[in-house]
Design a protein around this ligand. Structure first.
Ligand code: ZN
Length: 243
């Protein structure tokens, strides 16, 4: 089975559409690590596509907040502005779907998916210490996570974690038996690793490989939609920088 692994779409339909076009025919199933909405101007379209095509889907912090759950004081001013805009824009059935998404991690054919850390859905896995504190508790040797918007992986071999590694461009990682992996496919809709192209990954469980990919998308349209929506200008500007 080949899984298209998507995370942090953030309401960016142009980016999601480019990923779907680029990965067409290369996967049998889609999983989503959360933050379908927030920041971008097309929350309904992104939710509707994900509802129909991805399973399992776990909730992200923006999904929860945009569905009206919890407290906005955890978000910075720009994120909170986008969440309030998204709450207002969401069709009621899409808000309900977001509200009812399960907390990660979720099991999926021999691996798990989580939004943040598999131990804490809002936890960021950034540094080697975060990985060292997480690997001993994993229930499966392969876990996909998102939330940081950084594409790459941590490896756990001989009871030690390696630092977070970024793929050098298009890259296929071979999964070795006996080792464990925490893998971030990157963000579809708001990459923050300096590459503005939409990020995604494809896991092939028969070949035991994870392929990291990027897809260029219609950035100008996504930016124009953000500006037309009256969302903060910074959310349009940062897409071009991939930061
Ligand atoms: Zn996110």
């Amino acid at each position: 089975m080949r899984y298209l692994v998507l995370s942090d779409i953030h309401g960016n339909w142009e980016a999601l559409a480019a990923v779907l076009a680029a990965s067409e025919g290369a996967h049998d199933s889609v999983v989503c690590l959360g933050d379908v909405v927030g920041y971008g101007a097309d929350p309904n379209r992104c939710v509707e596509w994900t509802r129909e095509h991805a399973s399992p889907v776990v909730r992200g912090n923006h999904d929860r907040a945009s569905a009206g759950e919890g407290d906005l004081s955890w978000f910075n001013e720009i994120a909170a502005h986008a969440i309030l805009w998204t709450r207002n824009a969401l069709a009621p059935e899409n808000a309900l779907w977001l509200r009812d998404l399960p907390r990660g991690p979720a099991a999926c054919g021999g691996f798990q998916i989580a939004h943040g850390s598999p131990l804490d859905e809002d936890g960021y896995l950034v540094h080697i210490a975060d990985a060292e504190a997480t690997f001993p508790y994993l229930e499966t040797p392969l876990v996909f996570f998102g939330h940081t918007h950084l594409q790459g992986w941590f490896l756990w071999a001989r009871l030690r974690s390696s630092p977070f590694r970024r793929p050098p461009g298009e890259f296929v990682l071979d999964l070795r038996p006996g080792d464990s992996y925490l893998i971030n496919p990157g963000s579809v809709g708001q990459p923050r690793d300096g590459d503005p192209r939409a990020a995604y990954a494809i896991y092939d469980d028969a070949a035991r490989t994870v392929a990291f990919h990027r897809a260029a998308y219609d950035l100008a349209s996504a930016q124009a939609r953000i500006r037309e929506a009256g969302l903060p200008e910074m959310l349009a500007a940062r897409l071009a920088e991939g930061r």
